[in-house]
Design a protein around this ligand. Structure first.
Ligand code: PSU
Ligand code: MN
Length: 301
């Protein structure tokens, strides 16, 4: 680990050496997914939610070209507040490092870096996936196919083609477990309308799946733990559908493409719902951070 060019914060490094539970966290959500200044407050709350379970949070990002696992508060503040922070997927990491850039890591990049640093559990809001518009599929999916990370999320963002994304996850051999449900969640909404084959009820059951996987030595890919919001906490589905339709129309009208699509649609939700989607988004992330912490604790036991 030390011969890799990855900076690991002191607390995270100590926890990893001692075999204590660690949860990776992404920074794209902070730099590009949530509006300022709430993003910094939420980034700190996410770390706090992990700590409350007894696990150590490791927010991952790039500072001056240094890939960092366990950003300190100054670094976290910089990624949250500075302009021009790059959105880094896996393919961008080396280029951004060579350029000495500041960057925020996506689900894909965070997963890959976490595993390289020896971290097996990761909490985020919603995965990237297959978009509804012109062909556009997140690198999150193929990276999860080859990265042995457990990702706790509220399914995939409802701005995506959820059915197509689930089909791709199957093709790519990514395990999907519903947490307390056999219905796949849709991020802002509790139920995206698709059945799941498997569900678990406790963090210990997730740990048992991970132990069985290690014992078998067969499956190398990711494990998605899909943790839905309770029904009474979801975004009103009618408001959701209306906001999404508007957002997609704006996207077309403004000709937004590529990696700008996800931040654009999330920002549209946050402004068009008068902050309602933001509150829901924050709840999602905090719940996932807490569950990921409990899974990491169970897996380390
Ligand atoms: N989920 C959120 N907010 C976000 C993202 C996911 O609640 O900002 C980010 C993640 O970092 C994810 C990325 O990896 O969006 C997907 O972007 P793209 O579709 O360009 O791959
Ligand atoms: Mn894309």
């Amino acid at each position: 680990m030390t011969d890799l060019h990855i900076r690991v914060g002191a607390q995270v490094a100590g926890a990893l050496r001692a075999g204590q539970p660690v949860v990776a966290l992404e920074s794209t959500i902070v730099a590009h997914g949530l509006p300022r200044p709430d993003n910094l407050r939420v980034a700190r709350e996410i770390e706090q939610a992990v700590r409350a379970t007894g696990a150590v949070p490791a927010t991952i990002g790039m500072i001056d070209g240094a890939l960092t696992v366990g950003l300190d508060d100054t670094e976290l503040t910089r990624l949250a507040m500075a302009d021009g922070v790059a959105k880094l997927s896996v393919r961008d990491l080396a280029v951004a490092a060579a350029a000495g850039a500041d960057g925020a890591t996506t689900v894909a990049a965070t997963s890959a870096v976490a595993v390289a640093a020896g971290i097996g559990v990761f909490a985020t809001g919603g995965l990237g996936g297959v978009h509804r518009e012109a062909f556009d599929e997140s690198n999150d999916l193929i990276t999860l196919a080859r990265t042995p990370i457990t990702v706790v999320c509220a399914g995939v963002k409802s701005i995506l083609d959820v059915g197509a994304t689930l089909e791709r996850l199957e093709t790519l051999g990514v395990t999907v477990l519903g947490y307390g449900t056999r219905r796949f969640p849709g991020f802002y909404i509790t139920d995206a309308g698709f059945d799941l084959d498997w569900s678990v009820e406790t963090p210990e059951q997730v740990a048992a799946v991970l132990a069985a996987r290690r014992a078998q030595g067969v499956h190398q890919g990711g494990l998605v733990v899909a943790n839905p919001l309770p029904l009474d906490e979801q975004l009103d589905p009618e408001l959701h559908d209306r906001t999404l339709a508007e957002g997609l129309a704006k996207l077309r009208a403004e000709g937004i493409t590529g990696k700008a699509v996800t931040p654009f649609l999330l920002a549209h939700f946050h402004s068009a719902t008068g902050g309602k989607s933001l509150a829901v988004n924050v709840r999602i992330i905090l719940r996932n951070a807490e569950l990921a912490g409990r899974i990491a604790v169970a897996a380390a036991a």
